[in-house]
Design a protein around this ligand. Structure first.
Ligand SMILES: [Fe+2]
Length: 210
């Protein structure tokens, strides 16, 4: 397993708790997002965030990481023109802590928000947001319809082919790796691993949705 920045985990420990439970986050996601694609994206980013936290030195904060992932696009479907700007009031109304709101807003840094990702959790959220979309799009194209038999080399090819899943910004993914201080290849590898580990749970969660 690739070790990514976990040695800084102790230094970065701060209050990373939210009273919003995972179930409550899913309920909020579905309240504000009706398209299955958007619901699946929130659940996927949440799962990938949890996996990363549990495997890279933040196991105690995994609930917080997952809730951030589930809720990061809470305002996108209803307010696409005000993405990351409507989220604070929606999250505040749900009782979210300032740390959670900061994390959600920071994932749009340089795109629709001027809140800079500071914590490793925020940097990974920024990086994995677009990348989970690219991996998901690549998985659908496979005979298995799964990412579990996807090699890193295959993902790298999809990354380089700018015509493939053109909506997934390679620039943002590259900027995410840079922001985390890791090689792009390591970001692709760790996120692919997280997607593989989460695939069944995502499918199970989605089966409750439709
Ligand atoms: Fe997103």
């Amino acid at each position: 397993m690739i070790k990514v920045l976990s040695e800084t985990a102790e230094m970065e420990k701060k209050d990373m708790e939210t009273k919003i439970t995972r179930d409550e986050a899913i309920r909020l996601l579905k309240e504000h997002n009706k398209e299955a694609f958007h619901i699946q994206h929130g659940i996927t980013v949440g799962k990938v965030m949890r996996w990363y936290a549990e495997n890279h030195g933040y196991a105690g904060d995994a609930d917080f990481w997952e809730v951030c992932g589930i809720l990061h696009d809470i305002d996108f479907e209803e307010y696409p023109e005000e993405h990351c700007r409507k989220a604070p009031e929606m999250l505040e109304a749900a009782g979210a802590e300032p740390e959670l709101i900061h994390a959600v807003c920071s994932h749009g840094y340089g795109i629709c928000s001027d809140v800079e990702p500071e914590h490793e959790m925020e940097k990974f959220l920024f990086a994995s947001d677009e990348l989970t979309g690219l991996i998901g799009a690549a998985a659908i194209m496979r005979p298995s319809k799964s990412c579990r038999d996807m090699e890193l080399s295959s993902l790298k090819k999809k990354f380089k082919d700018k015509r493939f899943a053109a909506g997934c910004s390679r620039d943002i993914i590259s900027k995410g790796a840079e922001c985390m201080g890791i090689e792009l290849s390591d970001l692709l590898s760790v996120t692919l691993e997280a997607m593989k580990a989460s695939e069944d749970e995502i499918a199970e969660e989605m089966s409750k949705t439709v």
